[in-house]
Ligand binder design. Structure first.
Ligand code: SAM
Ligand code: SF4
Ligand code: SF4
Length: 390
């Protein structure tokens, strides 16, 4: 086990360079059941946390399973045939998810992202989408419903997802070179099938499509310019490619600062070939910084959680596959809503319990880390991303 090489961090993480992965401590049981406050004002759509941040974005993990083993997310050495994924009985049903989502919407959520694991592996996911599409925001507007997928089964599902009410989609693709991509997804999945998924999404009316590329120095950073060129030349404004800095989520990917290529460097490499100019954000709390090609060939984005933390605007809550509420991607503990959901708690009490959790939220993990301050309590370990959702 080695000391983390993030400036100022003295954590001992699971794996240092060239070291073996140590068995994962199962954090999925580490949670508390939120108390139901005695004061229970009706949701006003204006719920804010202890730092004044509103609740706008709910990410729902619909499965902890995935058919890929991306080394930065679910390394094969840990998530092997012996790993125990959640049993079906512990997953929230579509009715339970929709009920929780409705309460979050009453508190101010306007956007829902379905994620995982691989969300398209959840059976009948289109039924859930249709149920969520029936919800309305506090001022009567339809929700912005989107989904993040590895694209592996999208070619055959895109049209039914759109018909069910999905508005937009984000597809992950880390390289155009088959050898690089197959090494990263670690199951030999070909690039062509993801590209077919992107085309199917566009044909189904899910555009503009966002494509996420996690950039790892020395692994796929040499693909950055080729990816930018492919999407601007073949798709223009129809595809928005976003470069994500490799993050220290979870405790199994052996993250090292040396493996991070900063967004500034990625942008410099692209701008050397195709000059770029900044674009104003669409909405407060947006994760990606927007840039466009000066020649009008569309936009790209940069998600820089490592080098430019954006906690001060973070309006995202996450609901795990079996109903735990997490208020930060880097949290170690969740708040278990399932016993309340299955124990006869009324909507008013459940809404109050959610408000109780959000209103005391002070999370700002990435900002603390960037400032070289301890961001995780001693002895605590962060939950895995495939479990709480990306
Ligand atoms: N399976 C789906 C997919 O890959 O799109 C959805 C879930 S995945 C956890 C959501 C997003 O998180 C993906 O775009 C993925 O590339 C990204 N991601 C996973 N681990 C990451 C890490 N360590 N650093 C940065 N991004 C990561
Ligand atoms: Fe699966 Fe997505 Fe994680 Fe890759 S990033 S292992 S596709 S959940
Ligand atoms: Fe939000 Fe936590 Fe990420 Fe900061 S580190 S932006 S609080 S999820």
């Amino acid at each position: 086990m080695g000391l983390c090489n993030w400036p100022g961090c003295n954590d001992r993480h699971n794996r240092g360079m060239g070291e073996q992965i140590i068995a994962l401590t199962d954090l999925r049981n580490t949670s508390d059941i939120p108390a139901i406050p005695t004061h229970r004002p009706a949701p006003s759509g204006l719920l804010a946390d202890a730092l004044g941040r509103p609740l706008r974005d709910l990410r729902i993990s619909v499965t902890d399973r995935c058919n890929f083993r991306c080394s930065y997310c679910m390394p094969k050495e840990v998530f092997d045939k012996n790993y125990r994924f959640l049993p079906h009985s512990s997953l929230l049903s579509f009715e339970e998810i929709t009920r929780v989502a409705r309460l979050f919407v009453q508190h101010g959520v306007t956007k829902i992202r379905l994620t995982g694991g691989e969300p398209l592996l959840r059976k009948n996911i289109e039924v859930l989408i249709a149920m969520l599409a029936g919800l309305r925001t506090h001022d009567g507007q339809p929700l912005d419903i989107t989904l993040t997928t590895n694209g592996s089964v999208l070619a055959r599902k895109a049209a039914e997802l759109r018909a069910a009410g999905l508005k937009r989609i984000t597809i992950s693709l880390d390289a155009l070179d088959d050898a690089v991509f197959q090494r990263m997804n670690d199951v030999g999945f070909p690039v062509a099938d993801v590209l077919a998924g992107i085309d199917a999404a566009l044909a189904a009316g899910l555009g503009p499509v966002k494509v996420n590329m996690v950039v790892q120095r020395g692994t796929n950073d040499h693909e950055v310019v080729a990816m930018a060129g492919h999407f601007r030349d073949h798709y223009g404004e129809a595809v928005n490619l976003r470069f994500i800095e490799y993050m220290d989520v979870g405790a199994t990917n052996g993250w090292r600062m040396d493996d991070v290529l900063s967004s500034a460097e990625v942008r410099r490499r692209i701008a050397e070939v195709w000059p770029l100019e900044p674009v104003d954000p669409n909405a407060p709390g947006e994760t990606a910084e927007r840039w466009r090609y000066q020649d009008g060939r569309g936009e790209i984005g940069f998600i820089s959680s490592v080098t430019q933390a954006f906690c001060h605007e973070c309006n995202r809550a996450r609901l795990s596959t079996e109903g735990k509420l997490f208020t930060c991607l880097f949290a170690s503990r969740g708040h278990d809503l399932r016993p309340l959901l299955r124990g006869g708690t009324s909507d008013a009490d459940l809404a109050a319990a959610i408000a109780g959790v959000w209103s005391v939220r002070k999370d700002r993990y990435s900002e603390l880390r960037s400032a070289g301050m301890p961001a995780t309590e001693p002895g605590e370990r962060r939950v895995e991303m495939h479990y709480i959702g990306g």
